[in-house]
Design a protein around this ligand. Structure first.
Ligand code: XUL
Ligand code: CO
Length: 442
C-alpha cells in the first residue's frame, strides 16, 4: 500500500510495517499477519478486514476522570477547526497506510469538531468528506463503517432516539442524516448504531416501552433515508449492557436479536459485537459470537479486551491468544463476517506516550488475530475438535430422536424409548481435553 502523508509527516522515523515472519526481532513488523497468505480458502486480509478507529487513535488524549490529557497530538494544534480536522485526517491516513490496514471507522465528531449549529456542522462534515474521499482514492483505504456520536453532547444526557424530549430526538435525527450522507459519499460499507445513552438511569422517571418503540421508529426512519439515498450496505447494532447508562436497551446479542425481530428490522440490520461489551454483559465474547452466528447475524466486531479486575470498559488492545483462538474457531466455522470486519475499538494506555506506541498496539492486535486465525484453521483441519462435538450428539441419529427433532415424537414416544433403553450411560464432556487442543496448536 502506498504511504499517504500530508504536508507534515506525523510519524517520522516509522516506515511501512511489513510481514517479516515469527523469527524477526523487529518490533515494528508483523510476525503472523501475511495479508495474502491463504487460510481456509481465502487470503487472511479477507477474513480479517482490519479497521483503525478514528476516535481512539486520533482523538483519544489519554485524559481520564482524574487527570488531563497526556497524548499531545501534533495534528491537534491548528486553531481553525477545519484545518485541524484536515491535519488529523493526514495523520490518520499516514498511520493507516503505514500499518497497511485496509479500513477505517469514524463517528461524525471524530472527523471534525461540531458546534450547536446543525447547518454549520453539515458544512464542516461535507468539507471533510471531500478531503477523506481524496485520501481514500490516493491510498485505496476504505471506510468499513460510519456512525454518529449521539452520546457526548450535553443534550443527549437522557438519550438520543430514546430521549423523553422530542426536540432532542430531532437533533439526533439531523446528526444521523448527515453521518449517513457522509458514509454514503465515502462508499462506506456499513453503518453502525451503538446506543450510547439509549437506556435509563432510573425506571422511576422512564417509560421503557415507549422509549424502545421510539428507538425502533428511529432505526426504521434511518434505514429508509439511507436506502432512498443509495446506501446498499448493512446497518449494525452494537450491543452493550451498561455504561454510560445503568441499563442499555441493546443489552447483548440475544436482546438485540429479539428487538430486531419484534420491529421487523432483520432484513437490514446485523450485529457489531465488541469483546469487552460481551464481558460486561456477563458473557464470554465467544458466547456472543455464537449467538449472532446461529441467527445468521454476525456482521462485524469491535476488537479490544477488558481488564478482569475492573468492571468497566477499558478498551485495551487484544493480546490474549487463547481467547482469540476460541473466537476465531467460531468465526471460521460460521463462515466469517457478513459485511463487516475487525475494528480496533481500543486505545493505548494513558501513559503510553511514545509516537511508536500506537503502532505497537495495532501490530500486537493484528498479529494476535492473524495467529488465532491460523491456529483455529489448523485445529479445524487437523484435530478431532469438530468430531468430538458431533459425537456428543450421536444419540440423536436414532429414529425416535429424529422424530423428536422434527416435532413428530411426543412425550409418550420418548417415555417408551427411555424404558426400552434403560438408564443412560455416563458420558464425558471432555472439556479439559478440548482446552488442551487449543494450547497444543498455538
Ligand atoms: C463504546 C463503543 C463505541 C462504538 C461506536 O463502548 O464501543 O465506540 O463502537 O459508537
Ligand atoms: Co465499539
Amino acid at each position: 500500500m502506498k504511504i499517504i502523508t500530508g504536508k507534515k509527516e506525523f510519524f517520522a522515523g516509522i516506515d511501512a510495517i511489513k510481514f517479516e515472519g515469527p523469527r524477526t526481532d523487529n518490533p515494528l513488523a508483523y510476525r503472523w499477519y501475511d495479508e495474502n497468505k491463504v487460510v481456509a480458502g481465502k487470503p487472511m486480509k479477507e477474513w480479517l478486514r482490519f479497521a483503525v478507529a478514528y476516535w481512539h487513535s486520533f482523538n483519544g488524549t489519554g485524559a481520564d476522570p482524574f487527570g488531563e490529557a497526556t497524548h499531545i497530538f501534533e495534528w491537534d494544534k491548528n486553531a481553525d477547526p477545519v484545518a485541524r480536522a484536515k491535519d488529523k485526517a493526514d495523520a490518520a491516513f499516514e498511520l493507516i497506510t503505514k500499518l497497511n490496514l485496509p479500513y477505517y471507522c469514524f463517528h461524525d465528531v471524530d472527523v471534525v469538531d461540531y458546534t450547536n449549529d446543525i447547518a454549520e456542522n453539515e458544512k464542516r462534515l461535507q468539507t471533510l468528506t471531500q478531503y477523506l474521499k481524496q485520501k481514500q482514492e490516493e491510498s485505496g483505504v476504505k471506510l468499513l463503517w460510519g456512525t454518529a456520536n449521539l452520546f457526548s453532547h450535553r443534550r443527549y444526557m437522557n438519550g438520543a432516539a430514546t430521549n423523553p424530549d422530542f426536540h432532542v430526538l430531532s437533533h439526533a435525527a439531523a446528526q444521523v442524516k448527515a453521518a449517513l450522507d457522509a458514509t454514503i459519499a465515502l462508499g462506506g460499507e456499513n453503518y453502525v448504531f451503538w446506543g450510547g445513552r439509549e437506556g435509563y438511569m432510573s425506571l422511576l422517571n422512564t417509560d421503557m416501552k415507549r422509549e424502545k418503540e421510539h428507538l425502533a421508529r428511529f432505526l426504521q426512519a434511518s434505514r429508509d433515508y439511507a436506502r432512498k439515498n443509495g446506501f446498499t450496505g448493512t446497518f449494525f447494532i452494537e450491543p452493550k449492557p451498561c455504561e454510560p447508562t445503568k441499563h442499555q436497551y441493546d443489552y447483548d446479542a440475544e436482546t438485540v436479536i429479539g428487538f430486531l425481530r419484534q420491529y421487523d428490522l432483520l432484513n437490514d440490520f446485523k450485529l457489531n459485537l465488541e469483546v469487552n461489551h460481551a464481558t460486561l454483559a456477563g458473557h464470554t465474547f465467544q458466547h456472543e459470537l455464537q449467538v449472532a452466528i446461529d441467527a445468521g447475524l454476525l456482521g462485524s466486531m469491535d476488537a479490544n479486551r477488558g481488564d478482569y479486575q475492573n468492571g468497566w470498559d477499558t478498551d485495551q488492545f487484544p493480546t490474549n491468544l487463547n481467547e482469540l483462538t476460541e473466537a476465531m474457531l467460531i468465526i471460521l466455522e460460521g463462515g466469517g463476517f457478513k459485511g463487516g470486519g475487525i475494528n480496533f475499538d481500543a486505545k493505548i494506555r494513558r501513559n503510553s506516550t511514545d509516537p511508536a506506541d500506537i503502532f505497537y498496539a495495532h501490530i500486537g492486535g493484528v498479529d494476535s488475530f492473524a495467529r488465532a486465525l491460523i491456529t483455529a484453521d489448523e485445529i479445524l483441519e487437523k484435530s478431532d475438535y469438530r468430531k468430538i462435538r458431533q459425537e456428543r450428539y450421536a444419540s440423536f441419529s436414532v429414529d425416535t430422536a429424529k422424530a423428536f427433532e422434527s416435532g413428530k415424537a411426543g412425550l409418550e414416544e420418548l417415555r417408551a424409548f427411555a424404558i426400552a433403553q434403560g438408564e443412560p450411560a455416563v458420558r464425558s464432556g471432555r472439556q479439559e481435553y478440548l482446552e488442551n487442543i487449543i494450547n497444543n496448536y498455538l
